[in-house]
Design a protein around this ligand. Structure first.
Ligand code: TRP
Length: 376
């Protein structure tokens, strides 16, 4: 029998109009931008106050776009002394496709890319969704805290569904932002480095944390409200001048050899003006190559352009190829060492999973306590 005390007078109905309209999104973007500045200052003075959770779906090799957009920033946060949890979001792979693909191999490759790029497993906990049962169980109480119209209104989910080209929306695609809230809240992360597209998910996470505390914990703070750390919009273009993306085969993968990188960059689209200038609006492909070299520490894009001068597309590509290969050289060397030692990789993931399980078990126990679901 199910005994409920429905509609207690102290129980406000869920206000499910507060999420993900265009207006709230604009507002949350503005406040996230403002907060991100403050957070950067706090990071510089006391990084240990922060626990970061981030992650990736293991769907293929990481490329320079991932590296410049997120991975380098994660290494930076780790090196500042932030406690970092890094998630291999394997269950999230099956939100929008028919099967998981060669998931074990891709997970190994992803962890290899992380470690090669400077993630240190002694400081950063690397773990996989599927290995942490208590994290996944948080999905149940969390699902009770959101309405179906809130889920359906999520603009990122809508866009991802449209990108499948008519595949019917699965229950998992509709609800994965709630699963993502479990990713963030199981370890009580208070900072989540994200791009703009992930802001609706973070907003939902905050709503779930707040509703959980109010409804199931009598107002106690079981879950803190996490902040977004907005990454600057680094829009890395691929060699065809379109957004760098695996499906367009225009990427420079971290795992490529020097020769492959050189060949790939030789294909890069430029333009016919031999005088190289930095003009992101008028000459986006040339500007993109300059900005890749600049972001890898070679100098400002303007200075690099001046240095190449009348060298044309050839001179530009030569410089960028040198900078990229130089920067990736130690990362590649480390990758070769890692690939030669599969036992080490497996142990990194096993230890990360064990640590994540400890944290998730403790949080789930707290959740059951708060909800009165303790039957000793
Ligand atoms: N959805 C994220 C992406 O596709 C990956 C991810 C899963 C994530 N869980 C997360 C990111 C929690 C931040 C926080 O990139």
């Amino acid at each position: 029998m199910r005994v409920t005390s429905a509609a207690l007078p102290s129980d406000p109905p869920i206000d499910d109009t507060e999420l993900s309209t265009t207006e709230t999104l604009d507002r949350s973007l503005l406040s996230a931008v403002a907060r991100s500045g403050e957070i950067e200052q706090a990071l510089a003075t006391d990084a240990s106050r922060f626990r970061v959770l981030t992650g990736d779906r293991p769907t293929g090799r990481l490329h320079l776009g991932h590296y410049l957009g997120t991975l380098a920033n994660r290494v930076r946060l780790q090196d500042l002394g932030v406690q970092t949890m890094l998630l291999v979001a394997d269950y999230q792979v099956i939100t929008d496709r028919d099967d998981a693909g060669p998931i074990a191999e891709r997970t190994r490759e992803l962890v290899t890319d992380y470690l090669a790029a400077g993630i240190d497993p002694a400081r950063t906990t690397i773990f996989a969704h599927s290995a942490v049962p208590a994290l996944n169980q948080l999905m149940l109480p969390f699902l009770s805290l959101v309405t179906d119209s809130e889920l359906r209104r999520n603009p990122t989910v809508k866009a991802e569904n449209e990108a499948t080209g008519g595949r019917p929306m699965s229950g998992l695609l509709l609800t994965y932002p709630v699963h993502q809230a479990a990713d963030i809240l199981f370890c009580k992360a208070n900072l989540v480095p994200v791009g703009k597209d992930q802001l609706p998910h973070l907003e939902l996470t905050r709503v779930i944390a707040r509703r959980f505390n109010e409804r199931y914990a009598g107002g106690a703070t079981v879950f803190p409200s996490p902040d977004a750390l907005l990454s600057e919009a680094v829009n890395v273009l691929g060699v065809d001048g379109q957004k760098m993306s695996k499906s367009r085969r225009n990427t420079i993968d971290l795992a490529m050899t020097e020769d492959e990188t050189t060949k790939q960059l030789k294909r890069a689209v430029t333009d016919s003006d031999r005088n190289i200038t930095y003009d992101p609006v008028g000459r986006p492909e040339v500007a993109n190559l300059l900005s890749i070299a600049a972001q890898l520490g070679a100098g400002t894009p303007e200075a690099l352009a001046a240095q190449i001068g009348d060298g044309g597309g050839g001179g530009l590509k030569k410089l960028v190829t040198e900078v990229v290969n130089e920067h990736l050289r130690p990362i590649r060397a480390r990758r070769r060492e890692l690939e030669a030692d599969p036992g080490y990789l497996a142990s990194v993931l096993a230890e990360g999973n064990a640590r994540a399980n400890e944290i998730a078990d403790a949080t789930l126990a707290e959740v059951r306590d708060a909800m009165g679901m303790t039957y000793r």
